[in-house]
Design a protein around this ligand. Structure first.
Ligand code: PEP
Length: 252
């Protein structure tokens, strides 16, 4: 049985005090949803301590949205994996399309970040996905395959056993356009097949999340698909009620 996961990527939203309130509301109402669903919140770095305080004693896990390529030293403005781990993070989102697109994240930098994450016992939530042009040119399978081969194929078996993949078509992020449940299933199954070519049966255990305008109204249909193990949620993670309602989308 693969883990069912609903992870919230808050991006650069909420002030620290607002983030603490949001986390408090998630914790307060979390029992409305099956304990079989693993909730993760990923606030901005500046909020981590305050949010960690709110999550204490709950089963809602903390994650960060990125980490540095280096361990420590003269890297002004960077935040290391060790720092976020000490603040209570168990997860770190790596390779989000916004970081690839706006901050020049490459497979080379992502390989370093993955190593930093594992060295600090963090579980990476590694994002893959094609943009609109690539989808229209029917290159989405090749794009996703390359994103997996260039980074995930460098992991050891032990590291691979501690990994979450998020498939996020860039054309669906924050646009209100969602991949259909069938489109999601098609590419999730493909991702699992590519992972199985390298890691064999262990690929059956790897949670693959869907991300891109996922909301309470469409989560159940998408999560019902065989190879969809939950969601990475942007906009809808900013309201505790919606975030938790997405978790109710698991019927299996
Ligand atoms: C995201 O960026 O991870 C995301 C899925 O955003 P949204 O849900 O807002 O489309």
């Amino acid at each position: 049985m693969r883990k069912k996961i609903v992870a919230g990527n808050w991006k650069m939203n909420t002030l620290p005090s607002e983030g603490a309130e949001l986390a408090k509301n998630v914790v307060a109402n979390r029992q409305e949803v099956c304990s079989c669903v693993n909730f993760i919140v990923c606030p901005p770095f500046t909020h981590l301590s305050m949010v960690a305080e709110q999550l204490k004693g709950s089963d809602v896990a903390l994650g960060a949205q990125d980490c540095a390529t280096e361990t420590k030293g003269a890297y002004t403005g960077e935040i290391s994996a060790q720092m976020i781990a000490e603040l209570g993070c168990k997860y770190v989102i790596l390779g989000h399309s916004e970081r690839r697109q706006y901050y020049g994240e490459t497979s080379e930098t992502l390989n370093k970040k993955m190593a930093q994450a594992y060295a600090n016992n963090l579980t990476p939530i590694y994002c893959v996905g094609e943009n609109l042009e690539e989808r229209e040119a029917e290159k989405h399978f090749d794009v996703v395959k390359a994103q997996l081969e260039e980074v995930i194929f460098n992991l050891t078996e032990e590291q691979f056993a501690n990994l979450v993949i998020a498939y996020e078509p860039v054309w669906a992020i924050g646009t209100g356009k969602t991949a259909t449940a069938d489109q999601a299933q098609e590419i999730h199954a493909y991702i699992r097949k590519v992972l199985a070519e390298k890691f064999g049966a262990a690929a059956q255990e790897c949670p693959i999340l869907y991300g891109g305008s996922c909301k309470p109204a469409n989560a159940a249909e998408i999560f019902a698909k065989e190879d969809v193990d939950g969601g990475l949620i942007g906009g809808a993670a900013l309201k505790a009620e919606d975030f938790l309602a997405i978790g109710k989308g698991f019927a299996k």
